[in-house]
Design a protein around this ligand. Sequence first.
Ligand code: ARG
Length: 588
Amino acid sequence: MKKFLDLISEEMKNAFEAAGYDRELGKVTLSNRPDLCEYQCNGAMAGAKLYKKAPIMIAKDVAERCQESKIFQTVEAVNPGFLNLKLGNDFVADYLNRMVSEPKFGLDGPDKPCKIIVDYGGPNVAKPLHVGHLRSAIIGESIKRIARYAGHEVIGDIHMGDWGLQMGLIITELKERKPELVYFDECYEGAYPAQAPFTITELEEIYPAASAKSKEDAAYKERAMDATLKLQSGERGYRALWKHIMEVSVNDLKKNYHNLNVDFDLWKGESDVQDLIPGMVEYMKKEGYAYFSDGALVVDVKEDTDTREIPPCMILKSDGASLYNTTDLATIMDRMEKYHPDKLIYLTDKRQELYFEQVFRCARKTKLVSPETELLHIGFGTMNGKDGKPFKTREGGVMRLELLIKEINEEMYRKITDNREMDGQEAGETAQVVALSAIKYGDLSNQASKDYIFDIDKFTSFEGDTGPYILYTIVRIKSILAKIKEQGGCLEGVSLKEAKSGAEKALMLNLAGFHAMMEAAYLETAPHKVCAYIYELANAFNRFYHETKIIAEEDEEKKSGWVALLLLTRNILETCTNLLGFSAPERM
Ligand code: ARG
């Protein structure tokens, strides 16, 4: 359905036209003086020059034409020439009732749905997840959900780092510890065991140990590089070990992402495109895009208009090894072939900005992507501790994701059990759900590109611009509705009535802004717009709630209108939290 503000602008434009002025002057905006009016139009001010007329004269002409309007309750021309608008209560109620009756609250789908691949998460297999991966997962998941809700076909791909030196390091360390394993017997020709020779806990200990050793011991590092090469050239035993590492890690990753309410359609990784690299390199050479420079194979990507240095994109190192970007280019090629996407979105730390600029330019220049396909890198800022420095453990180490989540869960548990009586199990489950909202909302409410301070006290607070506050509001609405039902009230077949108070009307106008917000959140790939919207909406609801005796209301007609208003508010809040990747508990 038509966006609320567009509908109002349309009416105002008609009035300008009817009064003999250019209709384009009739654009309506939200009021910046909510104490005076709900919306405003400044078109008369702009028209003054055009028509050589005092703006107030134009405004009065236009206001005159609005007397019969079914949309406006009042249109006031005020000095020096503003039009202050208030909407008809019946018009607003009708609009919201239409929203209730249509799927997705009447949000229009795109004329032509796009196919979008979102590349996010990006964990490195066998290395522990850290907070940087958390941001990628949280933001990417929300972007995926928003685009899907907007009506596009969206594929989420985790794009694991599963092919680099870390694999060689693990294999080397394993060989050191258990040289008797059959995987290291070059003469062995039988089948390998189905069971991995390590658990996830061991694996998580092996990698850091190996990584530390390789930094101190050059010969060890040499062996790890050799193992990596052997793995990549297909040595049977090493491949079998690699499969075990993948299986054990992916199982663990799935559990971790599941706890974060993040899910991927594709569990692909760097390893999946390795076979495509030789062909791609050949093509780049043959077409004359790639050339040798100091032994390395590179593609120039700088442009005349550059104001900063953009180094060439390196495709192969002088020893013939491929790089992070070689894999990314091959992945682009693979995605184009398999899915023909209209858009590729990548979520990483913004320190990879230049990197993606090079990769994208290279992909365009070498025609790995079609010219119509949009390539977008969303670089996010750093999550800092209260001291303004990258988030660390209390001991000063890199903060592991699991630890961070555990800390917040505990804090939330404490808050929940402090405030009310709840049995231990329910409190534990509720704490988890609310803690997730604290983490995700704390992250998503900031513009992605900005650094932000991870403040546990602030994020877990039930008041202010936080996830728990939003959930608390949803739970409050649910509990009012449950009480009304308990008293025999009906929650079905109800419709919204004309607003009876300023607070009620303000809430209704907030709800009517849903479509415009969704459109902006999608077009600007900006989950923070969803956060800002539900924060306002929750505030508007709570103001209404505090001055209205809903449950005690005796006028059934009035009460049923409020039930409808509560239902719509709850549904929109829950739809939005779902777009952000978290949900409300039954009680809290
Ligand atoms: N594994 C990478 C890292 O930890 C992130 C991968 C991002 N995606 C990509 N297509 N390069 O930094």
